[in-house]
Design a protein around this ligand. Structure first.
Ligand code: DHE
Length: 542
């Protein structure tokens, strides 16, 4: 009954029924309640709605926007979620009734000022666990470390290193809170991990059992990390981009010693309003120049950061600023490493950056809320080299032409739209050794969406869609999320991401037949999300 009433309130709002009364004043909260709600907000909401609740992927959450709708409406949305990505925190059992009431009241109160972080405090957070001279000079393991998978165990704040040949757990390492992603150094030896709490961890894979060799906390809230990848600079530097405070920090690539802090407070595309909460989203490293391509989300800018002069006394980082599109989020390289495509997700656009001449190459209109992860590259039989993204807000995958020299007519145009059975896709992936393009539907609000996967044959995209329910996933309330191939592309792994009190697992599929080959199931496998194969992450295979 409760569910039905809540559902009706949500539908009522969607139809514009709610919100006719004049807004009630913000409900009073004690200091302790504000602090508790601040932590929940930071944990569950700020990623989409912004640290100052100004809105980004999700809408603005302030008294101005929510006051007219009232507490009942907010609680209903918190319970049921909304199509297009807002999770149902209540229906998923993440928030209980008391917490939803607290959050509804909190969101009607004035936005508290989030704390800042000085360079000194960042430097104080630095912890060098194993100095470089005490590290091995060659791999100490007989395992094929290039086929390791680093598996994010989100709510355990850990990374599991799993042997991709034997499926054995090689190491379980403590990292940042609500750990988000891993990236690999270009030589594959190190993983860089970033937690939502901003903690960076450097993981050495050459010791017999992989270990965390350095840590630092350059941000209070973060999603992205990357290393220097150009020849001559490999492992020299690591950059971490912050969601909060609005800055990025460059660290030493082998020790994580913080070296340079750069504020990202800027103006909306250089001419609009000043953006105080300009967050750093996707960062990629060029292999042909000493540069990182840094997405400044709320400013609608792409910063190309040249790290080659960092060692010179008094020399700043060189930053080229491109005005691009608002709400840059995630993206990946087009094979070849010249073009970087990033989703301007709340603008329903893809932005293409040419990293040879550091310019905005194209902006492509697509369906609602593109969410590529790093996207997927392959050669289409008709259109040549293409790259694909899924969408959080639309039941499509979009395929765009990416070959301006060989296929100028279709370059940076949508060449195919593939229908998916559900909205709420998060990741797509392929590998040149597999005939298939794979997609999840993690954020679908359809009862069967999150436990399903779909695949399309790349040589017959229009006629070959095959979708299946993953056995046992729905029973564990698990959402299938994030596809990753092994080093030779013969298998792909997908996480069944269940709540803490249920059983998560990873399914290993044959990349030719889509047949299930193996399940990784064990006590240590707590809330697995992203998986990063060393070879594929180091070499940008996707
Ligand atoms: Fe992510 C990538 C931000 C929620 C799993 N995520 C990214 C990137 C950004 C981002 C900016 C690109 C980093 C890069 O390339 O440098 N993610 C955000 C959010 O703001 C958001 C929407 C909400 C939040 O509060 O964090 C969010 N992300 C999630 C999840 O809920 C996921 C599914 C599980 C989790 O971590 O809680 C999740 N995000 C991932 C993964 C990648 C990622 C696995 C890397 C994909 C890849 O293949 O590279």
């Amino acid at each position: 009954m409760h569910r039905i009433v809540v559902g009706l309130v949500v539908i009522g709002f969607a139809l514009g029924v709610a919100g006719a009364q004049s807004p009630a004043p913000p409900p009073p909260l004690t200091e302790q309640q504000m602090a508790e709600a601040f932590d929940i907000y930071f944990d569950l909401c700020s990623g989409c709605h912004g640290p100052t609740r100004q809105g980004a992927t999700g809408p603005e959450l302030t008294y101005d926007t929510l006051g007219p709708k009232g507490e009942g409406f907010i609680r209903a949305v918190l319970y049921s979620g909304l199509p297009g990505g807002m999770p149902g925190w209540g229906s998923q059992g993440v928030l209980d009734d008391e917490e939803m009431a607290l959050m509804a009241a909190y969101l009607l109160n004035p936005v508290p000022e989030p704390p800042l972080l000085s360079f000194e405090a960042i430097h104080d957070s630095w912890n060098l666990i194993r100095p470089v001279e005490e590290r091995p000079t060659e791999p100490q393991t007989t395992r094929d470390w290039r086929n390791y998978f680093g598996v994010i165990l989100r709510d355990a704040g850990q990374v599991a290193i799993v042997d991709g040949d034997t499926y054995e757990l090689v190491a379980l390492l403590d990292t940042g809170y609500a750990i988000h992603i891993l990236r690999s150094s270009r030589d594959g030896r190190y993983y860089q991990a970033v937690g939502r709490d901003g903690k960076a961890s450097l993981i050495d894979l050459w010791t017999e059992v992989p270990e965390v060799v350095a840590e630092a906390r350059p941000c209070l809230d973060a999603r992205s990390i990357e290393s220097s990848k150009m020849d001559g600079y490999v492992n020299d530097y690591i950059i971490e981009g912050c969601y909060w405070p609005p800055h990025f920090v460059v660290m030493d690539g082998l020790t994580l010693e913080p070296l340079k802090l750069v504020s990202t407070v800027t103006y909306d595309r250089g001419r609009g309003e000043r953006v105080d909460a300009a967050r750093v989203a996707a960062i990629v490293a060029s292999e042909h120049s000493p540069e990182w391509i840094v997405s400044i989300k709320e400013a609608g800018q792409t910063w190309i950061v040249d790290y080659s002069r960092l060692e010179a006394e008094g020399q700043p980082l060189g930053v080229t600023i491109l005005d691009t599109e608002l709400f840059l989020h995630d993206g990946g390289w087009v094979t070849g490493g010249r073009y970087f495509i990033v989703a301007a997700n709340n603008e329903d656009k893809l932005v293409v950056i040419d990293t040879h001449d550091n310019s905005l190459e194209a902006v492509i209109d697509v369906h609602a809320l593109p969410h590529p992860g790093r996207g997927a590259n392959w050669v289409d039989p008709e259109h040549g080299p293409v790259w694909a993204t899924g969408h959080l807000g639309s039941d499509h995958l979009t395929v765009v032409g990416v070959d301006p020299e060989g296929h100028p007519d279709t370059a940076w145009h949508v060449v195919r739209e593939l229908e998916t059975p559900y909205t709420g896709n998060l990741f797509v992936k392929t590998h040149e050794a597999s005939p298939w393009l794979i997609a999840d539907a993690t954020m679908s609000i359809h009862p069967q969406g999150p436990s399903s996967l779909c695949a399309w044959r790349k040589d017959d995209l229009e006629n070959s869609r095959t979708c299946w329910q993953v056995e046992g996933a729905a029973e564990q309330s698990a959402r299938m999320v994030h596809i990753e191939f092994n080093a030779d592309g013969s298998e792909f792994w997908v996480s069944a991401w269940a709540p803490m009190d249920k059983e998560s697992f990873i399914v290993v599929y044959d990349s030719q037949t889509l047949e299930e080959l193996h399940r990784i199931e064990d006590e240590w496998l707590v809330t697995p999300t992203g998986k990063f194969n060393v070879n594929n992450t180091a070499n940008d295979v996707y």
